[in-house]
Design a protein around this ligand. Structure first.
Ligand code: CMC
Length: 381
């Protein structure tokens, strides 16, 4: 009674019990329902991974067919509201703002009361790539292309974005995007997933919880880091390319600058996902025209990994450090990067929302505070 634990950042506070994803930050281990994420990335498609995360198991052949059919049957991706909604947004609107708005609107297109949690999950999986592709079309002033549920998930998405351009059918690009989506599919109580759980705890609906999660993901300390990394590399390049100068800035305690794509709340060693993504970046960025930003990123990693400041604090490249280079090689502008992360994170959000909704200890999320304001005083008039 009366005893509070002060824990800004909630680093030492468990907000739920969860059987979805396990992380050992010291060993750099990430398990999806028990399976190492790298193994899942190597052997499973994104939708098989979504099945694993949301139901607990990989699908059998027959289950998978049925499951894909239910996703393909969702009518939300083709809803006529998306065109006018996205067109009405002012030029310069960030794709994450578009996704947050659109998912919020989904609440009225598929009222949670009228559909099961399961159906809401199918609708989200089906619709996220369509929304991201519409955001891309709006940002780049490209034609909006119809959703084709008969195509593969990743192929359909790339086609909606790039039409018949070779990138949409290039097996290396399709494989790279599939791998990235799998590796982003869940990461236990990260800021956006914890936000989703907190919002859902008030009995708000699924899509409004997802909309809130998207807003949390947008921030540069979370999913927005993939955009911030490329912008940082470009800024360093434009400033003469002196990496040492920026490493010194990141170490200066009086300078707010941080090396974007470095550090993690949970990992105290190399993030296993970052290793895989670095190799995919090496393959993809060397493919068409070599990207000089990849060389800068590799060199920056080398400098940081041999620097006392980063070693002492156990700051390693995270999942966002190399992913932007791959999105860039595909032809996506930086503003789209976090939206691509969001497409990948949808299965995690579905799994956590479902788990939270059915948890026996379900209770509204309502943290405490330590009050530091004035004591009681009387108005003097
Ligand atoms: N560059 C320079 N110094 C850093 C960095 C960095 N990227 N990250 C942490 N530090 C320092 C920090 O200044 C502090 O030093 P000191 O102990 O001397 O005060 C120490 O390391 C611990 O940092 P923290 O801020 O207490 O760590 P946190 O767990 O609260 O924050 C983080 C984790 C990811 C927000 C942070 O490392 C960061 O800002 N990184 C850059 C942004 C980024 O890449 N975010 C993506 C995260 S991974 C994917 C995702 O979540 O989407």
């Amino acid at each position: 009674e009366g005893y509070l634990v002060y824990d800004p950042g909630l680093a030492d506070t468990a907000i739920c019990r969860s059987e979805i994803t396990y992380i050992d930050g010291d060993a750099g281990i990430l398990l999806y329902r028990g399976y190492p994420a790298q193994q899942v990335a190597e052997k499973c498609t994104f939708l098989q991974t979504a099945h694993l995360l949301t139901t607990g198991e990989l699908p059998t052949g027959a289950q998978e067919e049925q499951w894909l059919a239910r996703i393909a049957a969702s009518t939300l991706p083709g809803n006529p509201v998306w065109g006018p909604l996205f067109d009405a947004m002012p030029a310069g609107t960030h794709p994450m703002a578009m996704l947050a708005a659109a998912t919020s609107v989904m609440t009225s297109l598929a009222p949670d009361g009228a559909s099961s949690i399961e159906q809401a999950g199918f609708d989200l999986l089906a619709t996220m790539p369509a929304l991201a592709a519409h955001a891309f079309a709006r940002v780049e002033d490209r034609p909006r292309r119809p959703y084709d549920p008969s195509a593969g998930y990743v192929e359909n998405f790339l086609h909606m974005c790039f039409g018949d351009s070779p990138v949409a059918t290039d097996p290396a690009m399709v494989h790279a995007l599939e791998t990235l989506l799998v590796l982003h599919a869940d990461h236990e109580q990260n800021c956006s997933t914890a936000t989703l759980r907190l919002v859902s705890s008030s009995n708000a609906g699924f899509f409004s919880s997802v909309s809130a999660a998207l807003s949390a993901l947008w921030g540069p300390l979370h999913g927005g880091a993939n955009q911030a990394v490329i912008e940082m590399l470009q800024a360093i390049r434009d400033d003469g390319g002196d990496l040492g100068k920026y490493v010194a800035k990141a170490k200066d305690r009086n300078d707010p600058f941080r090396l974007m794509g470095f550090g993690h709340r949970v990992y105290r060693t190399f993030d296993a996902r970052a290793r895989v993504i670095r190799e995919v970046a090496r393959e993809v960025c060397g493919k068409a025209a070599h990207d000089p930003l990849l060389d800068m990123a590799l060199e920056l990693e080398e400098i940081a990994r041999n620097d006392e400041f980063f070693l002492e604090r156990k700051l390693y490249p995270n999942v966002d450090f190399y992913s932007g280079l791959i999105y860039r090689a595909m032809g996506f502008p930086v503003e789209m990067f976090t939206a691509l992360f969001a497409v990948g994170r949808a299965p995690g959000w579905i799994a956590h929302w479902t788990e939270a909704a059915t948890a026996p200890e379900r209770r509204i999320g309502r943290p405490a505070q330590l009050y530091t304001g004035p004591e009681t005083r009387d108005l003097q008039f």
